[in-house]
Design a protein around this ligand. Structure first.
Ligand SMILES: *Cc1c(COP(=O)(O)O)cnc(C)c1O
Length: 333
């Protein structure tokens, strides 16, 4: 599996650290918890989309794109990292936002990631909840083409086989670090949404014959839909890499018990988890993804899900910029 065959631009600070969390581990009284610091990828406050963008933006450059278009929820971390990447590479960026979270406050609509999108000079268009986001992006592309631009559309979350290569690479990086640190990784956990992170990780872990189970904690869809989405993208990614058939359906496990009332809607368990990690380890997690993922992992430790495991790695996918947009909805005491 040779990722250097694929065009790539350097955007992320790599490798990201793999760190042990002694105080959280002691507090939970279960396996040793380690964190893969993909919140530290560097670009525009970092996060998991930056690894995907190394491959996606290289493809855009190859196609001589002058502007990239992508979509997401208003507080999309992916949109913010795409806007930053476009700046770094001298391209324009147009963002299409779905007003997915109901009764949004003034803070939610303007602070956090949105504020950073404005700093990066991205164009922003809002569309109604439930809109066909791909069709909306095509409309923007047609408009830009008429103005003489060459648009490049990046799917929501950067989740296609090109973007997922970033997480194949993360799996290789993690295994290399574990080998160097003499760390026997028994389980990997992370928050899963648009599926590119989990699809890439599952392909990379399989390609390395690592035998490490991977659990994605869902933040949006019900389990059957989430697993089907990840499995489909994992198969496509394996094929794209020239390793068709390496992923089996049972390799894809998503636990969607921690979504709460819906995407981007805070839960008490998420709030507890965000507070706990801030106070035990000085780490920041986000309300929409990594905080719910963490809440899931913490609950699963309590339920004995990792019984027999000595070391669990939580992939911290970032998102702390989103905390500011939830300032009025998060408890800090
Ligand atoms: C996008 C995102 C995820 C989910 O990754 P997917 O590849 O979309 O499944 C997790 N955490 C954060 C902070 C994100 O921004």
């Amino acid at each position: 599996m040779l990722l250097s065959r694929f065009p790539r631009v350097s955007l992320a600070h790599l490798p990201t650290p793999l760190e042990y969390l002694p105080r959280l581990s002691k507090h939970l009284g279960g396996p040793d918890i380690h964190v893969k610091r993909d919140d530290c990828t560097g670009l525009g406050t970092g996060g998991n989309k930056t690894r995907k963008l190394e491959f996606l933006m290289a493809d855009a450059l190859k196609r001589k794109a002058t502007v990239v278009i992508t979509q997401g929820a208003v507080q999309s971390n992916h949109a913010r990292q795409t806007a930053a990447a476009a700046c770094k590479l001298g391209m324009k960026c147009e963002l299409v936002f779905e007003k997915r979270v109901g009764d949004a406050s003034e803070i939610y609509l303007n602070s956090g990631n949105v504020f950073l999108d404005h700093l990066f000079g991205a164009g922003i268009r809002d569309v109604r909840k439930g809109s066909d986001m791909n069709a909306e992006m095509e409309k923007v592309a047609a408009e830009l083409r008429e103005q003489g631009e060459t648009p490049y559309i990046i799917p929501g979350g950067g989740s296609n086989p090109i973007g997922a290569l970033g997480y194949v690479d993360c799996a290789l990086e993690l295994i290399t670090q574990a080998n160097r640190q003499d760390l026997v990784v028994d389980h990997v956990v992370h928050a899963t949404g648009s599926a590119g992170t989990q699809a890439g990780l599952v392909v990379g872990l399989k390609a390395m014959s690592s035998n490490i189970p991977l659990t994605g904690i869902g933040v949006n869809a019900p389990k059957p839909d989430q697993e089907a989405k990840v499995y489909k993208l994992a198969c496509e990614t394996a094929e794209f890499l020239g390793a068709p058939g390496i992923v089996q359906r049972e390799d894809v496990v998503a636990n969607c018990d921690y979504v709460g009332p819906g995407y981007g809607v805070p839960t008490d368990a998420m709030n507890e988890a965000v507070l706990l990690l801030a106070r035990l380890e000085g780490l920041l997690f986000d309300p929409v993804y990594s905080g719910k993922g963490l809440a899931g992992m913490i609950d699963l430790v309590g339920k004995g899900y990792f019984a027999g495991a000595k070391n669990v790695v939580f992939v911290h996918t970032g998102g702390s910029a989103g905390l500011f947009a939830y300032r009025d909805r998060l408890r800090t005491d």
